[in-house]
Write a new protein. Structure first.
Length: 258
C-alpha cells in the first residue's frame, strides 16, 4: 500500500497506472469506522485500483472548535486501509491542496443554503471545492459516498453533472450501530451517557409523526435541534447531543414529502 503525502507523489502514482485500469476513490477525513469500511469494500469490488484520501478539510468547518476537536487517528486508519486491501492513501497538507489559500472555490447557491447549509455557512463550498480537487488529481472512474451525508451526496452529484466531470458518484447505504445510530467519526466524542441518549435520535426520526412533531419530541428529550425537515423524499435532521453534532436521514413519510 502506497502512502502519498504530496501532490507530486499522487500525480506520479496516477501516471503509473495503465489506462485500461479503473480507479475508485473514497474521500474521507480519517477517523475511519465500519461505514468507511463498507465504502472501501465496494470500491475494491468495483475497481482495479482503490485509493482512500484522508484529509481533515478546514474549509468545510464553520466552527473552529469542531475542527480542533475532530478526531485524528492516522495509525488506526492506515491499519484499516491495509486490512481492506487499499492500494494507496492520499494524505496531503493544507498548503498542498490550497496553494491559493482558498481564494478560488466551488459554490452552489440554492440547495447548499438549505438544511445543514443553513446552519453551517460556507460548509458546502469547502466540501465541493476539496472534492473537485481530489477528483482532478486522482482522476477516478468512480467515487464512493455514504447516504448518511445525503445533502452532501446530492451536491457532489450535481457538481459532477454541472461540470461534465467523468466520474460516477456511487451512493452507499448508511451503516448503523445495533441500536440504529448512524456510524459517524463524531460518535467517538460522545460520553457513554450521551451515546446511550443518542440512540433515541434515529428512532424518533423514523416515526410517522410530522417533521415538526419529531423536532418537538427531540427537544423534549433534551437534544438541541438544528432542523428536522422533509425534502426531496428524505426526512433529514441535525441535532446536538452533549455538544456533538449528529446528522441522519431516512425516507420521508409519504404524507410529508414535498
Amino acid at each position: 500500500m502506497k502512502i502519498l503525502d504530496t501532490i507530486n507523489a499522487l500525480q506520479n502514482w496516477r501516471k503509473s497506472i495503465a489506462h485500461d485500469k479503473s480507479v475508485g476513490i473514497v474521500p474521507t477525513m480519517g477517523a475511519l469506522h465500519d461505514g468507511h469500511r463498507s465504502l472501501i469494500a465496494r470500491c475494491r469490488r468495483e475497481n482495479d485500483i482503490c485509493v482512500v484520501s484522508i484529509f481533515v478539510n478546514p474549509t468545510q468547518f464553520n466552527d473552529p472548535n469542531d475542527l480542533a476537536t475532530y478526531p485524528v487517528t492516522f495509525e488506526e486508519d492506515r491499519a484499516i486501509c491495509e486490512a481492506e486491501g487499499v492500494d494507496a492513501i492520499f494524505m496531503p497538507q493544507y498548503g498542498d491542496l490550497y496553494p491559493d489559500d482558498y481564494r478560488y472555490r466551488v459554490s452552489e447557491d440554492r440547495e447548499s443554503c438549505l438544511l445543514c447549509g443553513a446552519h453551517r455557512p460556507g460548509h458546502f463550498d469547502g466540501v465541493l471545492s476539496v472534492v473537485m480537487k481530489l477528483f482532478n488529481l486522482a482522476q477516478p472512474r468512480r467515487a464512493y459516498f455514504g447516504e448518511k451525508d445525503w445533502q452532501q451526496l446530492q451536491l457532489v452529484k450535481g457538481m459532477v453533472d454541472a461540470f461534465f466531470m467523468p466520474v460516477s458518484v456511487v451512493a452507499c447505504p448508511t451503516v448503523r450501530e445495533t441500536d440504529d445510530l448512524a456510524l459517524s467519526s463524531r460518535n467517538r466524542r460522545l460520553t457513554s451517557d450521551h451515546r446511550k441518549k443518542a440512540a433515541r435520535f434515529p428512532h424518533l426520526l423514523s416515526t410517522d409523526a410530522s417533521a415538526a412533531e419529531v423536532a418537538r419530541l427531540l427537544k423534549t428529550d433534551g437534544f438541541e435541534v438544528d432542523y428536522v425537515e422533509d425534502f426531496r423524499g428524505r426526512r433529514c435532521a441535525a441535532i446536538h447531543c452533549g455538544g456533538v453534532r449528529l446528522i441522519d436521514n431516512l425516507p420521508a413519510p409519504k404524507t410529508e414529502d414535498r
